[in-house]
Design a protein around this ligand. Structure first.
Ligand code: AHR
Length: 628
């Protein structure tokens, strides 16, 4: 046995001991016993394994947060990385009568059916690794593709103009974080021909496996400038392998950034790692949101993406500068003042969004300063500046366009005023300039429209698509286009023949479609499909089609985005074929986030809303669900 493996055995036994200590200290009880002890909520926690330091930290966070609430008890189970075991664990917890399940799945595909089955009976929070589809209450975790991408950009910068050789050390083969981090990383370095990946070693997230594998790789004569490990434990293993061979020229980069003497942050401080990317476990958030769900609070989102930040010797030296404005405690009796700069009134969606925000502010007892920016980016910028001057407690806005926000966001941060971005994103690299971004996943909406279309058309014949874009340079337009094309690239018979902006307005959609139809007729070109970036433009375009003797929804298949009441009525009338939901009812979510923040709670970097796809076949049945 190699020395490294001996160290491995020792480390594993320590971790196992720790794991049993954790499990041993958890109070498991039947619902009857729980009731007697004044316990209101029994929460099951199914952990994929307790052999990785990051998961031990996650479990510790869950326990620590749970310990703050007398009325809840946890039942914890360690699946030892076995899906079969995890399915059995969940079954046992259900028999014991848990009120809510928190699960960090071993394997996304294998656990999907059981998570869906549990979700049909009680709320489920999926932590860190997601399952397929949306059959759960809330997902909490990092955006692993983004973490990988940021790591890739950092490594590319480190190598500079000379470029260099990289070894990647991967977590468990095929696991979603492994695949997503790899994809993000490789995408970020893909344009650099001077950088090559000279080795890919799979070490299952384990330090000692990484040490063994990297040691053999070096002994075979491997030469490398940077080791990119998908977690800090494996980066440490690789560092140890190099150190034992007396190699000091290699730089090591990891992911996790855990605190504590053996965590990634200390490894950066000691110079073992050049950098790490923090990857919060979400353990604390899982318990706080579990309680909110069990107490039936308003504004529970579908996904919460946790903030990642780069840790290097330099960021450690400059302290907390890359952090957003910290959460604060409002004085008792203080009425929170929220400044909100709205886009305008372009669509049913926007009007629904405004009503939702005003209603929710009133119900939450928040003083709302509301400005309608009337589709004018300059007016919106001035509104945000006026909120800074008025020293409001929180600023929120839905950016009309993505660009141009850097300076005013820096002004807000310098004034110590937290900014919440709702609905649409800004194109600003420094994520510390805002506290959270809440709203839809527009890329996913574009993908959903394309998936529905391909499934509906089921054809190999050429399909001509006209696309009506929303406001140019706005996040929904950019992202929906991207998602739509991402899916269609695998279907070469689908052609986007025209792509023009109708600015999200019904009358502009009508006008543009009138012109497009003329141009197509002149070219003797046929349009099979309309993809409209919102319902209003689809409805306006249908009017133009009817005026030209074309039957919308029959001669031309129409898929649009928003899921408004008017779109449902058009589907019932056979004039629209599908609408992809984009939920504007963000008011309760926003007010919850504002109040949470003002009571000292940290917020995730991204809060994603729950949404569905509605084809015409369900329009009559689901019409009553439409509130906008
Ligand atoms: O930002 C969301 C988009 O803005 C909606 O899809 C559209 O209708 C609205 O105007």
């Amino acid at each position: 046995m190699k020395k490294a493996s001996l160290a491995g055995v020792l480390l594993r036994s320590t971790l196992l001991l720790l794991a049993s200590a954790i499990l041993g200290s958890i109070v498991a009880c039947t619902p009857a016993e729980a009731h007697e002890r004044g316990i209101r909520f029994l929460i099951g926690v199914s952990q994929a394994n307790l052999s990785e330091p990051w998961r031990i930290e996650m479990t510790e966070e869950i326990k620590a947060e749970a310990a703050r609430h007398d009325d809840l008890r946890l039942i914890l189970a360690d699946a030892g990385d076995s899906s079969v075991q995890q399915i059995a664990d969940v079954g046992r917890m259900m028999k014991e009568g848990i009120d809510l399940l928190i699960i960090s799945p071993t394997d996304s595909r294998a656990l999907t059916p059981v998570v869906n089955a549990v979700y049909s009976r009680i709320p489920v929070i999926v932590l860190d690794r997601t399952v397929e589809g949306y059959g759960y209450t809330l997902f909490i975790g990092p955006d692993n593709r983004l973490v990988g991408k940021e790591a890739g950009q950092y490594v590319a910068d480190m190598l500079g103009k000379k470029g260099g050789r990289i070894v990647e050390i991967m977590g468990q083969a095929g696991s979603p974080p492994m695949l997503d981090r790899k994809e993000g990383f490789e995408q970020a370095i893909s344009s650099r021909r001077d950088i090559s990946i000279v080795g890919t070693l799979v070490a299952d997230w384990l330090r000692d496996k990484a040490e063994d594998k990297f040691s053999s790789w070096l002994e075979k004569g491997g030469r490398v400038n940077i080791v990119m490990a998908q977690n800090d434990a494996m980066a440490e293993g690789a560092w140890r392998a190099a150190a034992k061979l007396g190699i000091t020229s290699i730089k090591f980069v990891g992911i996790d950034g855990l605190p504590g003497p053996n965590g990634g942050i200390e490894m950066v401080r000691r110079g073992q790692l050049a950098a790490t990317f923090t990857c919060p476990t979400g353990g604390k958030e899982a318990i706080t949101y579990a309680l909110d769900i069990l107490r039936h609070e308003d504004g529970i989102p579908k996904k919460m993406i946790l903030r990642t930040s780069l840790v290097t010797a330099r960021t450690l030296a400059i302290g907390a500068q890359a952090e957003p404005v910290p959460p604060r405690l409002a004085k008792p009796g203080h009425k929170i003042v929220l400044g909100f700069a709205q886009v305008g009134k372009e669509s049913a969606w926007r009007i629904g969004n405004t009503i939702s925000i005003k209603d929710a502010a009133r119900r939450a007892g928040i003083d709302l300063l509301f400005v309608d920016s009337e589709q004018d980016p300059a007016k919106q910028l001035a509104a945000v500046r006026s909120f800074i001057a008025k020293k409001v407690d929180v600023i929120a806005f839905s950016p009309i366009v993505e660009s141009g926000w850097g300076p005013v966001l820096r002004e807000a941060k310098a004034a110590g005023i937290p900014v919440f971005i709702t609905d649409r994103a800004v194109a600003v690299k420094d994520e510390s300039l805002w506290v959270t971004l809440m709203g839809s996943d527009f890329v996913e909406e574009g993908r959903r429209a394309a998936r529905w279309l391909v499934d509906h058309m089921k054809t190999d014949r050429p399909v001509n698509i006209v696309e009506l874009l929303g406001t140019l340079d706005s996040a929904p337009t950019i992202d929906r286009s991207e998602g739509f094309r991402e899916i269609l690239k695998d279907y070469p018979n689908y052609h986007i023949i025209v792509s023009e902006s109708g600015d999200f307005f019904r009358n502009k959609g009508k006008e543009i479609m009138r012109q497009i139809l003329k141009e197509l007729a002149a070219k003797k070109q046929k349009m099979d499909v309309l993809f409209a970036h919102n319902d209003d433009m689809a409805l306006g375009a249908s009017e133009a089609m009817e005026a030209a003797g074309i039957k919308p929804g029959k001669d031309v298949v129409i898929v649009s985005v928003d899921g408004s009441r008017a779109a449902f009525k058009a589907m019932i009338a056979g004039k629209l074929n599908c609408t992809v939901e984009c939920n504007p009812l963000l008011g309760p979510q926003l007010m919850k986030a504002v109040k949470d923040f003002m009571s000292g709670k940290e917020l995730p970097v991204r809060i994603v809303t729950s949404e569905e796809v509605f084809p015409a076949s369900v329009a009559r049945k689901d019409l009553w669900t439409r509130k906008y």
